[in-house]
Design a protein around this ligand. Structure first.
Ligand code: ATR
Length: 277
């Protein structure tokens, strides 16, 4: 293998289900890049050693997924503002000198997906209601505030997790009880499901959009199924809906560009490829 063959991949445990190799493999071909993107399985206790091995083998970098996102951040010598604020990394770039740069592109992917799919229906300075307070919610709340959201209301089944998240995110992040989320729903311009409810095999998120603004946008991070009960309910109430697949696709763009050079695009062909069995 020559030096100009570019290598990157995704490190996870488990990792076999990851669709990232399919996505990056497609973009590599589309852009005619001589390179590869491979899935690397690493147990939590082997993560650091795995990263060192990939650096020694000349890899350009890697995505990291569950359960390594916090370890990846800790290992890095250079950390982007958004990765530091979110407290986790999903994209590592290995510098020619062997240093590790960590970034978190989940919030970027979320915002880019909204901008592409909701068009001018989504106003970044509006008010948002975020359901859930896990890792994905952290990235989403942070990026909405960074883009100038007037207010982000967080509701989570376990109230303490929402309180802890809001406390870190500043005065424009506020919390309501899970049982009360229909109140802030009335004034929300954007309603986001970051919980795992509605995922194939899980119960749906019970929500009525009857009192929501007709101009509001609803989006879900769940993308299997693509049209979740949450989105179905929003759509039948006349809201604009944005599915969760786009977030997954857009979050991959910064890594691809950093490792391989070209700026990849998310379009219908990519979406169809990712939806294929
Ligand atoms: P991640 O970090 O990937 O976002 P997570 O930490 O498991 O995943 O978070 C999943 C989210 O779905 C949490 O907000 C969780 O609420 P809790 O913090 O109370 O666990 C939410 N969730 C999962 N099952 C739920 C249910 N049956 N009802 C309401 N919320 C639920």
């Amino acid at each position: 293998m020559t030096d100009d063959f570019l290598r990157a991949g995704v490190i996870g445990w488990p990792v076999a289900h990851s669709k990232s190799p399919r996505l990056h493999g497609f973009w590599l071909k589309r852009h005619g890049v001589a390179g590869s993107y491979e899935a690397v399985a690493a147990r939590p206790e082997d993560f650091e050693q795995t990263v060192r091995r990939l650096i020694a083998q000349g890899w350009r970098g890697a995505n990291v997924t569950i359960p390594h996102k916090e370890s990846a951040l800790r290992m890095a010598e250079i950390v982007s503002d958004r990765a530091a604020a979110i407290g986790a990394a999903n994209t590592l770039v290995f510098t020619p000198g062997g240093a590790i740069e960590a970034d978190n592109t989940d919030g970027f992917g979320f915002i880019e997906n909204l901008a592409q799919s909701a068009g001018d229906r989504w106003r970044s300075e509006g008010e948002a209601l975020v359901l859930g307070a896990g890792g994905a919610a952290r990235a989403i709340v942070w990026s909405l505030l960074e883009r100038g959201a007037a207010r982000v209301v967080i509701a989570n089944r376990t109230r303490e997790r929402a309180d802890a998240l809001a406390a870190e995110m500043g005065a424009r992040a506020v919390v309501v009880d899970w049982s009360d989320f229909h109140d802030p729903l009335r004034s929300a311009d954007l309603i986001v499901n970051t919980t795992s409810l509605g995922m194939e095999g899980r119960p749906p998120l019970e929500i009525s959009f009857a009192s929501a603004k007709s101009t509001a946008v609803a989006t879900d991070i769940v993308y299997v199924p693509l049209m979740t009960p949450f989105l179905e309910s929003a759509r039948s109430a006349g809201l604009r809906v944005v599915d969760g697949l786009g977030m997954l696709l857009h979050q991959a763009r910064p890594g691809f560009e950093a490792w391989f050079g070209p700026e990849p695009q998310v379009d219908d062909e990519v979406r169809r490829l990712m939806l294929a069995p």
